[in-house]
Ligand binder design. Structure first.
Ligand code: G2I
Length: 508
């Protein structure tokens, strides 16, 4: 839904006008019920879009009646947080115990939920006896474990995280008893064993920090491509999505999902939570809501994204405080099992475009930093200003400065020369639109790794620069966004977007 009324193109006139939606957004950010959000549980809203919405759970929590009631009603899928891990299911070699996992699959059956099995092969929560095996015995132990467990849960588990967390942060394979014994072949061996035991289950590789484009997701992509080429049974990739408001939102999550989908794989968001430094405050809470919302939007935008699982849905049973002291508040519900603003944000996002979401009220001010419109560099100065009444999460904001590449190289270098935010916070790249228009066959896209813009606040000046890689000259005089003014003014020819929706200006 484009809420920006397209006005004249003059540099002084034609300031875009923001239309409705403000009330619903304000209510969402304040944590009240989203005014225009449709009825239905998170899972029902997701199911209406062809996805599931689920939660992790664990055996001790199920005795908490209020917790179990919401788990059973609001969510259409559950993942056992611990009950199907190797240390629980085969604590001693050949001694299998599926009692805890069975409680989870029973709960799911009683509540009409699907189950993601988690996890067959993982370096962690692995009983000591596996690491103590001579490497010549590891493969047989692994295939036996997979065979027994996947056979036991046949029919009760819709998808398996067959191998969990195979990569280091730099994209190299993580060392584990399996990798040490078999090299990376252990992954194909594990997938084949799982497929033999349960040919109907969807088989996944699952990892964290692979939500955006980067070295680790490149490694997962390369592995998945190779496995597919070799005919290894692989159905999907799980992106855990343990996010944190103090870090940027995963870079190009949608694009990343799309490349896995293009391999013919399903994608699932398997362990979503968004932690923050405590105490939670308004800005952190707003950023958290926007991260949750962006994950939902990414999944909705990619057909092969099958669903989202929160890890766990409530702060009451979150793993975060134990692992990251001083951090928490990562879930959709608070410790008292009350929904948080993030819950409303997820509902709004799941309700689609007509549920009252507003793209955010921002404007762009621009000045030319160029003394010459005919030299080999373009030097826009930009400011983003929040013109609304609620905080805007900068990680959702992108700005496009439109120009023509003219003759010479069609590859570019871009720089942030100065910004009071710190240039490390500012991302920049040159891209080409699907179809070029007059004065605009390229644009400089500026984004932010994080931060929040309070109502009325400005990012302050961001001094940007770009050149072609062959340093040939531009003719900026006909560029769509180019102006010659050297002091800042509102500029609708420099467009801005919030969560991908046009929020300011007029596109060429
Ligand atoms: O660490 C967060 C998740 C990252 N991806 C894989 C997931 O399997 C992992 O889940 C968490 C569970 O949510 C925690 O509940 O995995 C942790 C262990 O790696 C789990 O924590 C463990 C505690 O460390 C143990 O002290 C405790 O005995 O949970 C165990 C059972 O409550």
């Amino acid at each position: 839904m484009n809420l920006v009324k397209r006005c004249g193109r003059g540099r002084t006139g034609g300031i875009p006008v923001l239309l409705a939606g403000t009330l619903a957004l304000a209510s969402t950010l304040l944590g009240g019920p989203a005014t225009a959000a449709p009825q239905g549980t998170l899972h029902e809203l997701a199911a209406a879009q062809g996805k599931y919405f689920g939660s992790a759970t664990d055996n001790p929590e199920l005795s908490d009646a209020a917790y179990a009631a919401t788990l059973g009603s609001e969510f259409g899928q559950i993942t056992p947080g611990n009950s199907m891990k190797w240390d629980t299911t085969e604590p001693a070699e050949g001694r299998f115990d599926f009692t805890k996992g069975d409680v989870i699959t029973d709960f799911a059956r009683q509540h009409g939920q699907t189950v993601r099995g988690h996890t067959l092969v993982w370096h962690s929560q692995l009983p000591g006896w596996v690491a103590a095996l001579p490497s010549s015995r590891v493969e047989a132990a692994m295939t036996d474990h997979i065979t027994r467990e996947a056979t036991h849960y046949r029919g009760a588990v819709a998808a398996w995280d067959v191998v969990n967390e195979p990569f280091n942060e730099d994209g190299t394979f993580r060392t584990s008893p399996f990798y040490s014994a078999m090299g990376s072949d252990y992954i194909a061996t594990a997938l084949r064993a799982a497929h033999a035991a349960d040919p109907d289950a969807k088989l996944y590789l699952n990892d964290y920090n692979i939500e955006g484009l980067g070295a680790k997701s490149d490694a997962m992509y390369a592995l998945a491509s190779e496995l597919i080429d070799e005919g290894v049974p692989l159905d999907g990739v799980g992106m855990q999505a343990h996010l944190a408001v103090q870090y940027g939102f995963p870079y190009e999550m949608r694009e990343n999902m799309r490349r896995f989908a293009a391999l013919g794989l399903d994608v699932a968001v398997t362990e979503l939570d968004v932690r923050m430094q405590l105490p939670a405050d308004a800005a952190r809470t707003a950023t958290q809501s926007s991260y949750y919302r962006q994950v939902v939007e990414a999944c909705l935008a990619v057909e092969r994204c099958v669903g989202i699982t929160a890890w766990d849905y409530t702060d009451k049973y979150s793993w975060i405080p134990n692992t990251f002291p001083g951090e928490g508040s990562a879930g959709l519900y608070d410790e008292n099992l009350s929904p948080k603003p993030a819950y409303a944000a997820v509902r709004t996002a799941l309700g689609g475009e007509d549920s009252g979401g507003e793209p955010g009220a921002i404007k762009v001010r621009y000045r030319s930093g160029d003394s010459s419109a005919g030299d080999n560099q373009i030097k826009p100065g930009l400011q983003v200003v929040n013109t609304g009444t609620t905080a805007v999460s900068l990680s959702e904001v992108t700005v496009r400065y439109w120009f023509t590449g003219d003759n010479g190289a069609s590859t570019y270098a871009t720089w942030c020369d100065w910004s009071p935010l710190g240039c490390a916070t500012v991302t920049h790249r040159v891209a080409a639109p699907g179809s070029p228009s007059a004065g605009a066959d390229h644009y400089l896209e500026v984004g932010f790794t994080g931060g929040s813009l309070a109502p009325g606040a400005s990012t302050g000046e961001i001094q940007l620069r770009l050149s072609k890689t062959d340093w040939s000259d531009f003719d900026e005089s006909d560029d769509y966004s180019h102006g010659s003014g050297t002091s800042y003014g509102d500029t609708p020819e420099v467009t801005a977007y919030v969560a991908g929706d046009l929020a300011w200006g007029v596109e060429p």
